[in-house]
Write a protein that binds this ligand. Structure first.
Ligand SMILES: NC(=O)c1ccc[n+]([C@@H]2O[C@H](COP(=O)([O-])OP(=O)(O)OC[C@H]3O[C@@H](n4cnc5c(N)ncnc54)[C@H](OP(=O)(O)O)[C@@H]3O)[C@@H](O)[C@H]2O)c1
Length: 284
C-alpha cells in the first residue's frame, strides 16, 4: 500500500493467511483464535453457514473471507487449492471438518473424515512453505480399542485409492457401523499426519493432528443426546467434565505457532485424561 492509500474495513493484507476448513463449532472457535494474528480464509460446503460465519467474524473486526468447498468433491478441493494459492502464502491450515457417528452412514463418515481430509492435505501441501503449520482435527475415538488388524491399517493408509471403501468393508471382520467408521476414520487421520511429516518438512512445513475428547460443542451436544455412554465416560475420566472449544483453540494455537517449531508428525490428545483412564497396556 502506498503512503497515500487508505483502507476501510477490517482488511489486513500484511497478516499471514490461516485457512480454516469448517465454519462449524470448533472451526469457528479456531478461526476466532487464529484470526487474532492471521487473515482468515474460512472454508465450508454450506453457503449459508459460511456467509454467517464470515459475516460474524468481519463484524467483530477479523479479516475474514470465505470459500465454498465440499471436501468430498475432488474438483471442489482442487479449486480450493487455487483459491489458497491466490490468497496465500498459507501460514496455517486448520482442517476441522468432520461428521460424527450419529450424523451419517459409515461410508459418508469415512468419505468426509478421512478421504476428504486426505484430499485437502494433498491439494494444500503444494501451498506450504517455510513455517507453514497444518493441523488436522481428529478425535479421541481414533485411539480407543479395538486395535484394527494390520490389513485394515494398510487400507486406512491409502484413503485415496479408488476402491477404498470396498476394500475397507472387505478387510473389517464384521459389518462396518457408523461408530466403527468414525473411530477408524480418525485413526487413519492420525496415521496420515504422521506419514506426511516428511513431505511437509521438504517444503519447510509441519503437520500434526489434534484429538479432542468430549467437547461441549453443538456436535458434542448432538452426540450426547444420542449416546447414553457419554455420562458414564465423563464419570470415569480424570477431569470429569467436557472440554470447551476454547481449550481446543488453545492447543490448536500452540501447535500451529512457531513455539511448536520442533513438533511434527504427532497427535496431541486433548481429552481431559480419558485415555489415561484406560489400562496402561491399551496403546491406541
Ligand atoms: N464436538 C466434539 O465433541 C468433538 C470431539 C472430538 C472430535 N471432534 C471433531 O472436531 C471436528 C469439528 O467438530 P464440531 O464439534 O465443530 O462439529 P460441527 O460444528 O458439526 O462442524 C463440522 C463441520 O464439518 C463441515 N463439513 C461436513 N462435511 C463437509 C464436507 N463434505 N465438506 C466441507 N465441510 C464439511 C460442516 O459443514 P456444514 O456447514 O456443511 O455442516 C461443519 O462446519 C470434527 O472433525 C469432529 O470429528 C469433535
Amino acid at each position: 500500500m502506498s503512503e497515500k492509500e487508505t483502507r476501510t474495513g477490517s482488511a489486513r493484507p500484511e497478516l499471514p493467511l490461516a485457512v480454516v476448513v469448517s465454519a462449524g463449532g470448533i472451526g469457528s472457535a479456531l478461526a476466532r483464535r487464529l484470526g487474532q494474528r492471521n487473515r482468515l480464509l474460512v472454508v465450508d460446503k454450506d453457503a449459508r453457514a459460511l456467509e454467517q460465519a464470515v459475516g460474524s467474524l468481519a463484524a467483530d473486526g477479523y479479516d475474514a473471507t470465505g470459500a465454498l468447498c465440499d471436501i468430498t468433491d475432488p474438483a471442489s478441493v482442487a479449486a480450493l487449492g487455487k483459491t489458497v494459492g491466490a490468497a496465500g502464502p498459507m501460514r496455517i491450515l486448520a482442517h476441522v471438518a468432520g461428521l460424527s457417528p450419529n450424523m451419517a452412514d459409515w461410508r459418508s463418515i469415512m468419505t468426509v473424515n478421512l478421504v476428504g481430509a486426505a484430499r485437502v492435505a494433498e491439494a494444500l501441501v503444494e501451498r506450504a512453505g517455510e513455517g507453514t503449520a497444518a493441523l488436522f482435527v481428529s478425535s479421541l475415538a481414533g485411539h480407543v480399542p479395538p486395535e484394527p488388524s494390520a490389513q485394515v491399517l494398510a487400507v486406512l493408509d491409502a484413503p485415496l485409492a479408488p476402491d477404498f471403501l470396498d476394500r475397507l468393508a472387505a478387510a473389517e471382520p464384521s459389518e462396518v457401523t457408523s461408530h466403527r467408521a468414525y473411530s477408524l476414520s480418525k485413526r487413519g487421520l492420525n496415521r496420515m499426519c504422521r506419514a506426511k511429516a516428511a513431505q511437509w518438512a521438504e517444503r519447510g512445513g509441519r503437520i500434526n493432528s489434534l484429538s479432542p475428547g468430549p467437547i461441549a460443542s453443538p456436535m458434542g451436544a448432538f452426540e450426547n443426546a444420542r449416546s447414553p455412554i457419554k455420562a458414564e465416560m465423563l464419570k470415569k475420566m480424570p477431569l470429569r467434565r467436557e472440554g470447551t472449544m476454547l481449550e481446543v483453540a488453545d492447543a490448536a494455537e500452540f501447535l500451529t505457532s512457531d513455539r511448536a517449531s520442533y513438533i511434527t508428525g504427532i497427535d496431541l490428545l486433548i481429552d481431559g485424561g480419558s485415555m489415561a483412564s484406560w489400562p496402561a497396556d491399551v496403546s491406541g
